[in-house]
Every structure is written in C-alpha cells, then in structure tokens.
Design a protein around this ligand. Sequence first.
Ligand code: AMP
Ligand code: MG
Length: 487
Amino acid sequence: MNIDNVYAKLDPRLFTKQPPTPLKNPRPGHFNTALAQQLRWPWCDPEQWVSILAGQTVPEGFEPLAMAYAGHQFGQWAGQLGDGRGLLLAQIRTPDQRLIDFHLKGAGQTPYSRQGDGRAVLRSVIREYLAGHALTSLGIASSQALGFVTSDTPVRRESIERGACMLRVADSHVRFGHFEWINRFAPDLLPSFTQSMLQWYYPECLGADQPVLEMLKAIVKRTAQTIADWQLIGFSHGVMNTDNLSITGSTLDFGPYGFMERFEPNWINNHSDYSGRYTYQQQPSIAHWNLSILLSQFLRLGLAKTQLQETLATFEPLFHAAYQKGLTAKMGLTNTDEHFQIGLDFLNILATERLDYTQGFRALSGPWVNMPLEKGLASLTDTVKAPHLSEDFVPRYQAAVQHGLVQTRQPLDVWQQALNSVNPCYILRNHMAQAAIVQAEQDDFSEVERLFTLLIQPYTEQPHLAKPQDTEPPAAHEAAVAISCSS
Ligand code: AMP
Ligand code: MG
C-alpha cells in the first residue's frame, strides 16, 4: 500500500491533526475482504482491523486529521462545519496514481464537533456501509467502506445506542463546502488549494487554456452523471447539503438515504426534512443549486461571471442526456426522443398505480414482447402487477421493441439480458437494512453478511440467497421504516 498523505501537507489552518478516541470493547461487524485485497490493505486479521477501526491502533504512516469545511444546509448558510465525528486517517495512491482516502467515521470529538458527541451509532453505520456497497455494485460512483466495528460505548440519540466506527473509502473527502470555508475563513488559500485539487483530482484539465474553468466543467459533468444514475436507480440521498457533495461527483455522506420502492416522484425518505427540500424528483435541481454555490466561489479567483454562468448552464442538458440515455436503456429501446416519451409514460403508469419501481422495470424483460397483443398485455399486466396498464401504452411499447429487435437483428434473449443488466432485481430496501440492524444490535451479523453477499450482484437473480421480502415493497397499509437525520 503506497501511503501518500497529501492533505496533511496543506496549510495547517485547513485541518487539525489528532488521533481517534478509541471505542470500548470493540468487536468485528463486517469486513469487505475483496476491497481490502484490491487496495492492498495489509491488516486483514480481525484482531488487526478491529483495533484500527476502533481507534485503538494508528498504523505507522497514518496521519489522522479532522478537516475544516463549511456549507449550506437545507438552503441556509451554516457557517463552519468540518469533520465533527470523523478523521481522515490516511491517503494512498493506487498503482494508476489515483488517490484514495481512508476516513474513520465515529472516531470521537474534534474541534469541529460543535454540540455533537463525535460518535456514530451502529444503526447508521450499517445503513451507510451497506448502501455504499450497494451503490458501488450497481455501478454508481460512491464512497464505500472497508468494514465496521460495534462496541459497548454508549451513545445517546432518541435512546441509548451502541457506538460504532466505519472505515470509509472514497476517491475524495473534499466537499463543495471546502471552498465555502476557504472563502469565508482563509481566502488567501483559494489559489493554492484550487491548484492542489486540480493536480489531485483533475490532472487532465491542467493543460487547458483555463485549467480551473475546465475543472469546474468536469465537476458539473460528473455531478450530472451521478445524479442521473441516482434518478435511474431510484436512489434518494436525503441530505444534499453543500457539505455532503464531493467535488469528484461521487456519492458521499448519505445517512437518511433511501432506495425508492413504490414509485412516487415526491417521495422523501428523510423524516427530518420537514420542508420536503430533498424529495426524489428535486434532486437534479438541488444539485444545480449546489453547483451554483460552488461555482460562485471562483469569482474570487478572477473567473468571469459569464463563464461561470455558462458552465453552470451545461448541467441541465448534461443531466437530461444522461437520464434519457439511461431511461431508454432501462426500457430496452433506442435513445430517441420518441422512445424517451415511452419511458416517461411507463413512469406515469408506475406512479399512478403506486407500483414498485425496481420490480416494475425488471418485469419488462418478460416473454410478453413476442406474444400476440392481447396475450402480451395479459402477461405484462400480470408481471408488472398493474391491473390497469394502459391499452394504449402496451401496443406502442411492443411495436417499438419489436421494431428494434428486427432492426438490430437481436435475438430476444440477448435483448432480455441487456435489460436485466440495467434493471436490478435487488436494491437495499429500508426494511432489509432494518432487519440486519435489529440482529446486529444483538451482535449477530449474519443478516449483514447475507445482504452484503446478495448486493454484490444486484442484477443477478440469486434464489438460494434471496428472501421474498427482498423483492417486495412493504404492503400499502404497513408503516414505512422511519428514517431521520439522527445518526
Ligand atoms: P451530516 O448531516 O452527517 O452530514 O453532518 C453535518 C455536520 O455535523 C458535519 O460537520 C458533521 O461532522 C457534524 N456531525 C454530525 N453528527 C455529529 C456528531 N454526533 N458529533 C459531532 N459532529 C457531528
Ligand atoms: Mg456530512
């Protein structure tokens, strides 16, 4: 493992160096062996990794530090924030020279803890651990984690819960809010910090006429792609504050997130979001708003307002193009406006009938396409479980699919496989994570292990491992699992 703690060499005003505060009586929760091997992490014996993740041991070469950052939370300037319960333990370089951060979440109080206790509870650690793994396995840019530990450290939330720590792995922990902090509290650092971000994360922009502008264009582009990926898979981040958005476009800091079950564009998973700012369908416009905050930080570097506005204006077409491409692929159609409309019509049917988003798309690859219209309609109606599936929609969709099959000379099974490779059968439903949490609180991690294994291949049916509830939304009358910001 090639340690290269570049952040620790920046101006010391940007962070505070300190070791983690150890947890009491730590025990293994789960360890991502495949990721450890991929990163050449050398401490794979449970005794070693538990001790590091619990904050008892700081390996040689690690330089733990808490980063300072600021941000806009729920649309308001929130002032100084920073790593209040996490530490950047170390950074490494991969063989292809990419930087990777190891960040310990739940590692105790820091100068940026404000009123907080510096801890994370087992419940929220398991949710973030499994979600990072699920998103990564789905092919969406995201932080993930090397593992987590539980402990006997009591942590007060609505009740007393177990303290836990998770070793997060991400391509960066630099947030939009880092630039906001610099402009407010140490503006002289803006040129050198920006230069470092260019060198670390956007070296391909260094040769451009205006490297900083080029980097901003790339940030807008990557963010647009990630948000399109969220929308397509039905992921709701929950707290899209500027301190939770990474400058690399990877999904980060998603506590009250949710994977959507019944399709509801106004759906909000985070029960602490009283105003409904971060609903599923608002995510693209919130990302645009956050990018406007980020880009405005560069007026100070002398970038022209019009150039920044033009850069921001690329978000919408980039998002739209990525979303249209993805939605038509999920429908098994070609990327045209006409076929995009068929996809939107299907979403309308899912919304009107409150059908399961994931299972609805998965059902499209059934054998109905090759059947005569009436039989096909009956079959599709049955698999999608949409009793009122529009009689206007099915013939239009069937004709579009059949036309495509003829034109591309694609056999039906190849088409079906392509569809199944973009429409997962397994997502991390709230009730699945909740069942794993309830067991883990009794020190039984077998359900975490089962979900972890199941979600490695979310596009492949695994009847030997899956339970019926893994593919079903809760019944309409059942209360949904309440997810709040408390973590
Ligand atoms: P989040 O909503 O989790 O992104 O956190 C927002 C800010 O609050 C960040 O600066 C966190 O480090 C900080 N924070 C959240 N929970 C705690 C806690 N229990 N103790 C200290 N700081 C916290
Ligand atoms: Mg955060």
